[in-house]
Design a protein around this ligand. Structure first.
Ligand code: SF4
Length: 239
């Protein structure tokens, strides 16, 4: 880890310790002018962070990983929110076609090795998409999973600063924000999909289950890899 980035993160965590999500977004966009992006899945809660970003600067780049395995509803929701919020720099990023042809020619890698599939379709494209930036926003919340409980607002990762502006908001805070700003819902949410990723690896959630219980159901996998610390991430393939 770069010492300079680690030191910067330490200072940012102190400076924004008691800041609101909007203040964190505003301050971060000013801290990294032209060098910051937001990564969004356009999932069930994404509209909140996207709306906040649009309040700060709708021209801030937004990276959307189009894995080739998404629900059509997610892509239509992306288009709906982009237009509604006036976002002008939403960039849909696909996996490298040559790498897909070489490593997943039949499109069934997810059935055999989901970690390798996530590397190919999410981790590597994200790494490429973030290359021009010094910092990026995520939509992670502490309440989503025990593995996210202890996250800081700012993290040093891979030579970049990773920022979690709505980390401390509760589910109720998000619901209130949706209502207050009359934001549209992901079309699959009402059908029982509370956390939405790729179609083959997402299932409905039963009453009483965690929101993320429907992701990679039946396996130990809980993260796609883009949020795993560098040391715990499977090695990127050479392409
Ligand atoms: S979530 Fe499933 S289909 Fe999507 S990249 Fe990961 S393993 Fe592949």
């Amino acid at each position: 880890m770069s010492t300079a980035v680690a030191r910067r993160v330490e200072l940012l965590n102190k400076r924004f310790e008691n800041a609101s999500p909007l203040e964190i977004l505003k301050g971060s966009v000013a801290e990294f002018p032209g060098k910051i992006a937001l990564v969004s899945s356009f999932g069930t809660e994404s509209a909140v962070l996207l709306h906040l970003l649009a309040e700060v600067d709708p021209a801030t780049p937004v990276v959307f990983l189009d894995t080739g395995k998404l629900f059509g509803e997610t892509k239509r929701y992306r288009d709906q929110l982009t237009k509604l919020l006036g976002l002008t720099a939403v960039n849909s990023v696909a996996p490298d076609p040559a790498a897909v042809a070489a490593r997943d020619p039949r499109g069934v890698l997810w059935t055999q090795n989901p970690d390798a599939c996530c590397i190919l379709r999410k981790v590597e494209p994200l790494e490429r998409a973030l290359a021009p930036y010094e910092a990026w926003f995520t939509g992670r919340k502490a309440f989503q999973a025990t593995s996210r409980n202890a996250l800081p607002l700012f993290e040093a990762e891979g030579g970049r600063v990773k920022i979690n502006p709505i980390l401390r908001w509760t589910k109720a805070d998000l619901e209130d924000y949706f209502t207050e700003h009359d934001l549209p819902r992901h079309p699959l949410e009402a059908d029982g999909y509370l956390s939405i990723g790729c179609m083959p690896c997402t299932s409905r959630v039963e009453v009483g289950e965690d929101a993320r219980a429907g992701r990679w159901r039946g396996s130990d996998k809980i993260e796609c890899g883009i949020h795993l610390p560098a040391g715990q991430r499977p090695a990127l393939a050479e392409t």
